[in-house]
Design a protein around this ligand. Sequence first.
Ligand code: SF4
Length: 338
Amino acid sequence: MSIHRKRDRIDVALTRLRSHETDCRLCPRECGVNRAAGERGYCNSGRDAVVSHALLHYGEEPVLSGVREGPDDRFSRGIRRSGSGTIFFAGCNLKCLFCQNYQLSWLGRGRPVKDEDLAEMMLDLQDKGALNINLVSPTHFLLPVLRALRIACSKGLQIPLVSNSNGYEKTSVLAHLEGIIDIYLPDLKYFSSPLSLRISEAADYFAQAGEAVKEMACQQPGLVLDDQGIARRGLIVRHLVLPGQGEDTRAILGWMARELGASVAVSLMSQYHPCFRPPEDMMRPLTKEEYRQALSVAEELGFQCLFVQPDSFAPDEHLVPDFDQGEPFQWAGKRNKK
Ligand code: SF4
């Protein structure tokens, strides 16, 4: 799609979603607060986006991050043509008790940015060689993101736009993003309603996220790669396998195979590490056996595009970022999803 058409779509989306500035029902929480007047809903967010970090990320699925060439190659040609241009937003509309990004989702670390500054972050990442713009937890900041995108597109932003969300979204809002989001990267976290209520205070998580993922699949069916193996558009559904929740994983994978088909790209993640305030039964990492069991379910179901992680991590090798640092990730571990 041309930049001009994308800009037109952004204009239409901004017009149709404008009412959420003063009566925010952007996500299934439907708080109905006037964010323009300073009221805060469940996500504790105002009118402007709050950003923690904007960086080149080397730990996403390789079709998003590219492949790292070596520790000394990063600046060897002035600009390194790989890495996902990732923007981490503060706040969250879901707030899981075990969130590994709790410094952002729960504690709200970050700084408010004006639309023009957010646009400059996107352009700066593109200038640094980012393969895409990867918006992490953008749902509650959809309006400032769209406003910033409009500016960035006017100034030459061309790389694909990735919506990297928790999946707890409304189809009626997503419908306005057709032709704007190039790659959907949603989580599908829980199948069981009691589980999602207990961990994320959202009994309707699967009811909402399942429909949201189907809408994403309609907009971006398949995963389209360029000749370097880098994603240009499509859908990748992520599922983090949780300790002691093998049946839930089985139910989610089964639903995906039935509803989306075995050709859907699935990223099956083993990196669970207890963070923030995990419930008693999730105070431990996943075991090798639990992850292998999940993998064998995925293989039985015949998924043709499956991104996987190592089946275990050493205790000091977990992937939990520290957003209090300038560089929150330890790339030396080379643990991106394969
Ligand atoms: S985006 Fe935030 S304020 Fe709006 S409905 Fe969702 S949680 Fe509530």
